[in-house]
Design a protein around this ligand. Sequence first.
Ligand SMILES: Cc1ncc(COP(=O)(O)O)c(C=O)c1O
Length: 338
Amino acid sequence: MTHPDTTRATATSAIDLVGWTPLVRLTRVTEGIRTPVYGKCEFMNPGGSVKDRIGQAIIEAAEAAGHLKPGGTVVEATSGNTGLALAMAASSRGYRCIFTMPDKMSIEKVRLLRAFGAEVLITPTDVPHDDPRHYTQQAERIARETPGGFLADQFYNPANPRAHYESTGPELWEQSDGRITHFFAGAGTGGTITGTGRYLKEQNPEVRIVGVDPVGSVLAPFFHTGEMPEGETYQVEGLGNDKIPGALDLDVVDDYRVVDDATAFRMARRLTREEGLFVGGSSGLIVHAGLEVAREIDDPDAFVVCVLCDWGEHYLTKLYSDEWMAEHGFPLHGEPGS
Ligand SMILES: Cc1ncc(COP(=O)(O)O)c(C=O)c1O
């Protein structure tokens, strides 16, 4: 697989612009760290997130399997970015989209989905995942009850990790000239870390695949202890889970780090102000862990990659609002101007 630079100028649809996101070296937040750390700019996908990679892949797999037919409806439980990716891929093919979304998510994300013509049902965040009001339960019900309904089911759909196995992994291998030593990603569904990690390990079993989790998610505690704790609510969006999703294969993961909301948000703000990389809180969370390990290994020959998952504009009223940060008890100490 080679970089399609020569064909990009003649892309025939927005979907063709998904992937081949740049890898950028972090130079300011890495001050005092010798290990090279790079960001994979997934926020530069046309829909603004790493999820663009799975939108078309899921729809094409459903069409091929006969689960999605002309005039059908794509239904999904989504925190926003997958919805946008599915809506982009679905609308050009004439499918209707219905998404369910927990109420902790940014209003910007809801508006964005509606801009693409999708219908959005907002559901309560603080209910157990087996509660009929939970966003995943509601999506299942809607898919069942809607004629021609197809549940994209990103948490269990094998097309999700496969999309990363076929795109994110090969891109990183080629972009690093086979020198990548560490890959840092969060897991929401687990698609990114599983598919990318599997591909990279097949090229070089020594590549370290590191998951990063928000405090409150059950994934890192389960990885370390094999026991399921009670999940707790956290504010970072897009990663972490209150159960182990089917798209996550923990066998490809070598280590799991945990970062709290305040630290994640402060690092996201630093990435914007110091690196010019306008990203969401999950990217801050992943980069914080990446820097922690880069400092520990202190190796100029290593090649550390952190996924920069999504575009910061969705979070202008959240982590990029000083008032919102203060209301949630997230101190801004150490920031220029704070
Ligand atoms: C905003 C956002 N989207 C997507 C992902 C990746 O999620 P998944 O595990 O579903 O591939 C992450 C995790 O890093 C994320 O933070």
